[in-house]
Design a protein around this ligand. Structure first.
Ligand code: SAM
Length: 156
């Protein structure tokens, strides 16, 4: 799911060059896809990697990962299905964790543990998932000194 037309063009070109045929792309707003285009319990895994962080406090309401989006994710994920997330912004990672922990009727943290603190920011995250390919967003973030955080939650 992608709203940005050049991003879709790039994806389709790369898929074509790689000979990939089992891909379906929707030029659509992700929450609307989850709400209207996907059947309940029809998704095996949902991946939200490096969503736009919207740094400014007044823009936080634009962030993709929110209690409402968690409800839509719960709707489409099958029981036992995984929601994988990653972000290179520590503050957003903490928010993601709070949102998902707050939806504990629907989701359990696959990597529970003590929440990260300012003193111990490394603890409480999922290990980097091998299936998550390195994109330019992650590479630039790492070069800028930011540490990508992974989270994995299971649909109850
Ligand atoms: C920071 S990029 C990360 C892209 C990719 N996931 C990665 O890891 O390299 C965020 C992408 O999400 C897209 N996006 C933002 N809001 C969206 C929404 N509501 N629905 C679908 N795509 C969205 C943006 O156009 C942008 O391409």
């Amino acid at each position: 799911m992608e709203v940005y037309k050049p991003g879709i063009a790039d994806l389709l070109m790369k898929a074509s060059q790689a000979g990939v045929t089992n891909v379906r792309v929707a030029q659509a707003n992700a929450p609307e896809v989850l709400e209207h285009m996907l059947e309940p319990g029809s998704v095996h895994e949902l991946w939200v990697f490096f969503p736009d962080p919207w740094h400014k406090t007044r823009h936080h309401k634009r962030r993709l990962v929110s209690p409402r989006f968690a409800g839509l994710a719960a709707r489409v994920l099958e029981q036992g299905g995984l929601w994988r997330l990653a972000t290179d912004w520590q503050e957003y990672a903490v928010v993601m964790r709070e949102v998902l922990d707050g939806a504990s009727d629907d989701f359990e943290n696959v990597n529970p543990g003590p929440a990260a603190t300012d003193e111990n920011p490394e603890q409480g995250w999922a290990p980097r998932w091998d299936g998550r390919i390195l994109t330019s967003f992650e590479r630039k973030a790492t070069e800028a000194g930011r540490i990508p955080r992974d989270l994995t939650y299971r649909r109850r």
